[in-house]
Design a protein around this ligand. Structure first.
Ligand code: FBP
Length: 238
């Protein structure tokens, strides 16, 4: 699979619940249709949706996200795997995804589990995508450029092929962030829905600073212009 461009994330039903969706995009078939029409570079799904809706015949690489947590519980964030590399292969995935909440009191459990998953994925030739998300009561602002750069460096130290980080709240020195990914590819998350023009502007800045792509959800599936936005973003990063 190509490690640049647009990875379409659709794990929000678990992470945030159905409030992220409306009558159209609550349905995975809609997302698969958008992914196909726009020829996204990869689709990010959780096990249940992947199993019931995804097929390799779509021609879009699958990244199976192995862990995910709900937003129902307060307290220090922790997310442990509830699927496996072996099952990802069975579902036709070319990569596995995993979130680590660095800075959480529970970080070492996630770092350790990620390490094992990483080595298992390597055995079978699967790519590894890390959601590198500092979070918890020790982290004041997860969009602070220093925190985002630290997140990029952590992903590189762990060996991830792709490191997904938050877009910083100050993008005047994006290059410093992307450089911290070393030889790993750096992707930015989209976050809450913003104006289409602002999103394109972010992508242009990110690409200029050396980022490889966007791994993005709400700004795509909450837009009426989903296919066109993906195509524009792809043309910026490719
Ligand atoms: P968005 O582009 O919608 O932000 O999606 C990226 C993503 O990382 C998803 O994979 C995940 O569901 C979501 O953000 C988690 O968001 P958060 O933890 O910030 O609420």
């Amino acid at each position: 699979m190509k490690l640049s461009g647009v990875f379409l994330a659709y794990d929000h039903g678990f992470e945030h619940g159905p409030t992220d969706f409306d009558n159209l995009n609550y349905n995975p078939e809609y997302i698969l249709d958008v992914a196909k029409k726009a020829e996204v570079d990869a689709l990010i799904l959780l096990k249940g949706v992947a199993e019931k809706y995804y097929s390799k015949d779509l021609g879009i690489p699958l990244i199976l996200k192995l862990n995910s947590k709900t937003s129902l519980r307060e307290g220090e964030p922790i997310s442990l795997a509830w699927s496996s590399v072996e099952y990802a292969i069975k579902l036709g995935a070319e990569a596995v995804g995993y979130t680590i909440y660095f800075g959480s009191e529970e970080e070492s459990r996630m770092i350790s589990e990620f390490g094992k998953i990483y080595e298992e994925a390597r055995k079978y030739g699967l790519k590894v995508v890390l959601w590198s998300y500092p979070r918890g009561k020790s982290i004041n602002n997860d969009e602070d450029p220093k925190i985002v750069a630290y997140a990029a460096r952590l992903g590189a130290e762990l060996g991830a092929d792709v490191i997904k980080v938050k877009y910083p709240n100050d993008d005047s020195n994006l290059e410093w962030i992307t450089k911290n990914a070393l030889k790993s590819k750096l992707f930015f998350a989209g976050g809450k829905k913003i104006e289409e023009g602002n999103l394109i502007e972010r992508a242009e800045k990110a690409a200029k600073a050396g980022a490889s792509g966007f791994a993005i959800g709400r700004n795509i599936f909450q837009s009426k212009n989903a296919v066109e936005i993906i195509k524009s973003l792809k043309s910026i990063f490719h």
